[in-house]
Design a protein around this ligand. Structure first.
Ligand code: COA
Length: 535
């Protein structure tokens, strides 16, 4: 290994200005997280607690081993999407440790519109299942949900990736031996009832948890039968008569204790296939990344300085340092876990694409996970590179990245645009997890370029039609396009739409990656079959 040498001047004006802006952005992230952690409106939370129920976030905390981390997935999903709904879309999902075992926790927040499912709630639940399935994490679902949010049926009911996919994935996961446990902690109607019904083991809380396909009112309306909730779907009935549930708990705390016990009997814990070395902090403080990331999108960030602050002891074995220098490739460790890192240092040229292809190939051969740090404007354009075959070089990189079956992760650290976003393991290529830093931005192209391209098209049409265009008119045309692209490209828009799994800040990146690399190291190896590499 070679220790990276930082050339950063932490006393410079530039560093100070970058640092100040970044700290503001980190403050914004923490404020949004806080908003999400509160849950539904005060009135709803008070009603929830007055029924003797524990608030959802506290339920999750009590379920986990004390003092262990909980990595939330999609915590800002649905941000600003639904009126009166805080970020998170009424569901908490994340990876945490129960009885020493990493599990996926999915918990409805009944204080947000009765824990009902919006389109984003469905997508978030499905995403959490996908991560669990791939990593074979047991799924613990704390169910307290009125099922579908009825005014939203188009984004909940008919399509793949919506509510029905939750069941489809439950069955698929079960077939693959992924344990699933449900805890019925409130009235669970319709879809809310099928989720526990499709689990391996179900705990229900007496007098509080109910499961039915139709509640008492619906039953009366449909059949004329008058029946109370307890007889129709109460915990005692389901645990002693129907057999739909397996364990009857006296209250939330008891239910969570039973659940922990169930997890302790899930059999042997999966062992890592790799032996991590002892974790060591980077030789340079991670917080210095705040001052490294350029505050001006026109000034590139020196991503070498970022890598030096992410890998253990700043040890990095760089691959092909003298070739294709607009992408840096090499191996380092994060909290002892070996990882192959690809970090952009400019536009992708033919050499850079070939180098990335070669590097991915090596990581696959050696069974080493990949981490893409995306900060790229795209592939180079122009006669020279076209004649050098940039299309086939780019295709090689994309083929290698897409085919690789080693665990692979993306962090958008800066601007990630166009085909560059895709080639650096964009969401369509199904990274195991994808994060953005608060400075992360992504779009087909930057706001100024998009405004210019569309203005050029308009200018050509004007010319054809013999119309004149004043500079003021051009600016009036461009301004809203610029604004639209500005709004689109932000990390929070990506998080709101669940195009990324979370916004994380640089200082927590090592911990997040260590957890992801640890769980990925415990799943079986999958063979890679590369697609055709066009020569
Ligand atoms: N669709 C849309 N909104 C719903 C809803 C649904 N299925 N169920 C509840 N809500 C909303 C309520 O309108 C209320 O909104 P508000 O906060 O803007 O006032 C909020 O969720 C809380 O509902 P409330 O009935 O006050 O809460 P509760 O804790 O007393 O009861 C439920 C929660 C879920 C048990 C109850 O609302 C219920 O039975 N809902 C219908 C469930 C159902 O039949 N679903 C069928 C889905 S296919």
């Amino acid at each position: 290994m070679t220790k990276m040498k930082s050339l950063l001047d932490t006393g410079s004006d530039d560093f100070r200005k970058n640092d100040a802006l970044y700290r503001e952005k980190v403050g914004e992230l923490h404020a949004l997280r806080l908003l999400q952690r509160v849950g539904g409106p005060e009135k709803a939370r008070e009603r929830h607690v007055s029924k003797g129920k524990i608030l959802p976030r506290e339920r999750v905390e009590r379920l986990l081993d004390p003092g262990t981390p909980f990595l939330e997935i999609g915590e800002l999903a649905g941000l600003n999407k639904y009126e009166g709904v805080p970020p998170g879309a009424g569901i908490i999902t994340g990876i945490g440790v129960i009885e020493g075992r990493q599990c996926m926790i999915i918990a409805n927040d009944a204080t947000v519109k009765g824990g009902t499912y919006f389109g984003m709630t469905c997508r978030k639940h499905v995403r959490a299942q996908k991560i669990a399935w791939k990593n074979r994490l047991p799924v613990i679902t704390l169910v307290d949900s009125g099922g579908a949010f009825l005014p939203e049926q188009a984004s909940i009911f008919p399509d793949e990736g919506q509510f029905g996919s939750i069941f489809h994935q439950q069955i698929g996961m079960s077939g693959d031996g992924v344990p699933q446990i449900a805890v019925v902690m409130g009235p669970c109607t319709a879809g809310g009832a099928y989720i526990p019904a499709l689990c391996d083991e179900v705990v229900i809380v007496r007098g509080q948890g109910f499961m039915y396909l139709g509640g008492p009112e619906l039953t009366f309306a449909a059949t004329g039968e008058k029946v109370d909730a307890e007889t129709l779907g109460g915990g005692k009935m389901h645990s002693s008569v129907s057999g739909v549930t397996d364990h009857l708990a006296e209250d939330d705390a008891h239910a969570l204790a039973i659940t922990r016990e169930i997890v302790s009997h899930l059999g042997e814990k999966p062992q890592p296939r790799k032996t991590p070395t002892s974790p060591r902090p980077p030789a340079y403080p991670v917080e210095e990344i705040y001052g490294v990331v350029s505050r001006d999108p026109r000034v590139p960030t020196d991503n070498r300085e970022i890598v030096a602050r992410l890998v253990d002891d700043s040890d990095f074995h760089e691959f092909k340092p003298l070739f294709g220098d607009t992408i840096m490739t090499g191996w380092g460790r994060i909290h002892g876990h070996e990882v192959g890192i690809l970090a952009n240092t400019g536009v992708l040229f033919v050499e850079a694409a070939l180098k990335a292809t070669h590097f991915i190939n090596l990581c696959v051969q050696r069974d080493i996970p990949l981490l893409f740090l995306a900060d790229v404007n795209g592939f180079m354009v122009g006669r020279d590179v076209e004649q050098m075959g940039i299309a086939k070089a780019g295709a090689k990189m994309i083929t290698a990245m897409s085919s690789a079956r080693v665990p692979k992760f993306t962090i958008i650290t800066g601007g990630s645009y166009g085909a560059g976003y895709l080639a650096m393991l964009g969401r369509p290529f199904q990274p195991d997890a994808m994060f953005a830093w608060p400075t992360g931005r992504s779009a087909i192209m930057g706001p100024e370029q998009a405004a210019s391209v569309l203005a050029q098209v308009r200018a050509q049409i004007n010319e054809r039609e013999g119309k004149k265009w004043t500079p003021e008119e051009e600016e009036t045309f461009k301004a809203p396009i610029r604004k639209e692209y500005e709004d689109f490209q932000g990390a929070y828009n990506f998080a709101s739409n669940l195009w990324i799994d979370s916004v994380i800040e640089p200082a927590e990146t090592r911990d997040v990656m260590a957890l992801m690399l640890d769980i990925a190291s415990r799943r079986p190896k999958v063979e890679t079959h590369f697609g055709v590499f066009r020569m």
